[in-house]
Design a protein around this ligand. Structure first.
Ligand SMILES: *[C@@H]1O[C@H](CO)[C@@H](O)[C@H](O)[C@H]1NC(C)=O
Ligand SMILES: *[C@@H]1O[C@H](CO)[C@@H](O)[C@H](O)[C@H]1NC(C)=O
Ligand SMILES: *[C@@H]1O[C@H](CO)[C@@H](O)[C@H](O)[C@H]1NC(C)=O
Ligand SMILES: *[C@@H]1O[C@H](CO)[C@@H](O)[C@H](O)[C@H]1NC(C)=O
Length: 281
C-alpha cells in the first residue's frame, strides 16, 4: 500500500515536472493590422525534445478566442511542428479585433506559460490641412486621433505637452470621448504665427506615434479692406480723369465763340480741338 502511494506520487510528480522547461514567447509583442486584412499572431514554444507537444490556446482579454462569438468563425489556430510555433490567424479583420491577445501553453488544464501580443490599428492623427486666421483673432486647431492616444503639439520647432506661454491646450470631445489636449489655441494670432503646426499622437500602450501637419496662415486684419480700397482708388482716378477732362472741355467751351456744336462733337475731344483750331484760324 505504501509503495502504491509512493508510486502514485511519483507518477503525479513526473506529470507535473514533465513540462518544467516549457516557455512560450510572442515573436512580436505589438502588431498592427489594417481592417479587412488578416491578422497574424505568432508565438514560439520552447520545450524539451523528450516531452510531448504542449497544447497552445489563444485568448483575447482573458477569453478564449473560440468563445468569442464575433471571433470564433474567423480565428484559425495552426501549429507548425517544424518551427515549433503556434499561429493565430484572424481573417478579414474588423476594428473591434484590436486588443490584448495571449498565447497560453497548457498541459491539460494546467497553465504552463503565457505571453501577450497587443494588436492595434495603425495610429493616425488628423487636423485640417490648411487653416486661415485673421490677425488678432483667435487661432484654434483641433486634432483627432483614430483611437486612444496622447496628443502633443509642435509649433515653430517647440513642443507643447501642456499650456504654456501664449499656447493654450484644451480638451476636445468627439462622440462623447474626451481627447485631452486635442485642441491648440492662441488667443490672439500674430502674423509671425504663420507656419507649420504639428499634432503628434502617442499610443500609451504600444508607444506608436503618428503626426499630421496643419499649415496655418494668418492674414493681415486689413486684408479684407484691400479690394475695397482698390475700388475706391479706381473710382478716384476715374473721377479725376473725368473732372480734368470736363475742366479742359469747359475752358475750350469758354474760349469758343457762340458757335453751335452737335452733342457728338462735344463728346469727342479731337473733334472739339479740331473745331477750336479751325475757329481760331
Ligand atoms: C524561439 O525561442 C527560442 C528561445 O526562446 C529562440 O532561440 C528561437 O530563436 C525562437 N524562434 C523564433 C522563430 O523566434
Ligand atoms: C495583456 O494581458 C496580459 C495578461 O494576459 C497582461 O499581463 C498584460 O499586462 C496585458 N498587456 C497590456 C498592455 O494591457
Ligand atoms: C494636458 O495638459 C495638461 C495641462 O494643460 C497636462 O497637465 C496634462 O498632462 C496633459 N494631458 C495629457 C494627456 O498629455
Ligand atoms: C512625423 O512623422 C514622420 C514620419 O511619418 C517622422 O519622420 C517625423 O519624425 C515625425 N515628426 C515628429 C515631430 O514626430
Amino acid at each position: 500500500m505504501k509503495n502504491l502511494v509512493l508510486c502514485v506520487i511519483n507518477v503525479l510528480f513526473f506529470i507535473h515536472t514533465a513540462y518544467s522547461t516549457v516557455q512560450i514567447q510572442a515573436i512580436d509583442k505589438s502588431i498592427h493590422f489594417s481592417p479587412k486584412e488578416n491578422i497574424k499572431l505568432v508565438c514560439n514554444v520552447t520545450f524539451s525534445q523528450d516531452d510531448p507537444t504542449p497544447e497552445v490556446r489563444w485568448m483575447r482579454g482573458g477569453t478564449a478566442v473560440t468563445a468569442v462569438d464575433d471571433l470564433k468563425e474567423r480565428a484559425k489556430v495552426r501549429w507548425d511542428p517544424h518551427n515549433r510555433i503556434s499561429v493565430l490567424m484572424v481573417e478579414r479583420a474588423k476594428d473591434e479585433d484590436a486588443g490584448n491577445y495571449s498565447c497560453v501553453a497548457f498541459d491539460k488544464e494546467n497553465e504552463l506559460s503565457r505571453d501577450s501580443i497587443i494588436a492595434a490599428k495603425p495610429l493616425v492623427v488628423r487636423t485640417p490641412k490648411n487653416l486661415n486666421f485673421v490677425e488678432e483673432e483667435k487661432l484654434r486647431v483641433t486634432c483627432k486621433p483614430n483611437r486612444e492616444a496622447k496628443i502633443h503639439w509642435v509649433f515653430h520647432g517647440k513642443e507643447y505637452h501642456e499650456s504654456r506661454d501664449r499656447v493654450i491646450l484644451e480638451d476636445n470631445e468627439e462622440d462623447g470621448k474626451i481627447i485631452p489636449n486635442g485642441t491648440f489655441v492662441l488667443e490672439k494670432a500674430e502674423r509671425d504665427d504663420r507656419g507649420e503646426l504639428l499634432c503628434v499622437g502617442t499610443d500609451p500602450v504600444t508607444g506608436d506615434t503618428a503626426n499630421y501637419t496643419c499649415m496655418v496662415r494668418v492674414k493681415d486684419k486689413y486684408a479684407p479692406l484691400w479690394p475695397f480700397l482698390g475700388i475706391c482708388a479706381e473710382v478716384i482716378v476715374l473721377c479725376a480723369i473725368i473732372i480734368i477732362y470736363e475742366k479742359k472741355h469747359k475752358t475750350a467751351d469758354l474760349e469758343e465763340s457762340d458757335t453751335d456744336q452737335s452733342p457728338d462733337q462735344k463728346n469727342t475731344p479731337d473733334q472739339a480741338k479740331g473745331t477750336k483750331v479751325r475757329h481760331r484760324q
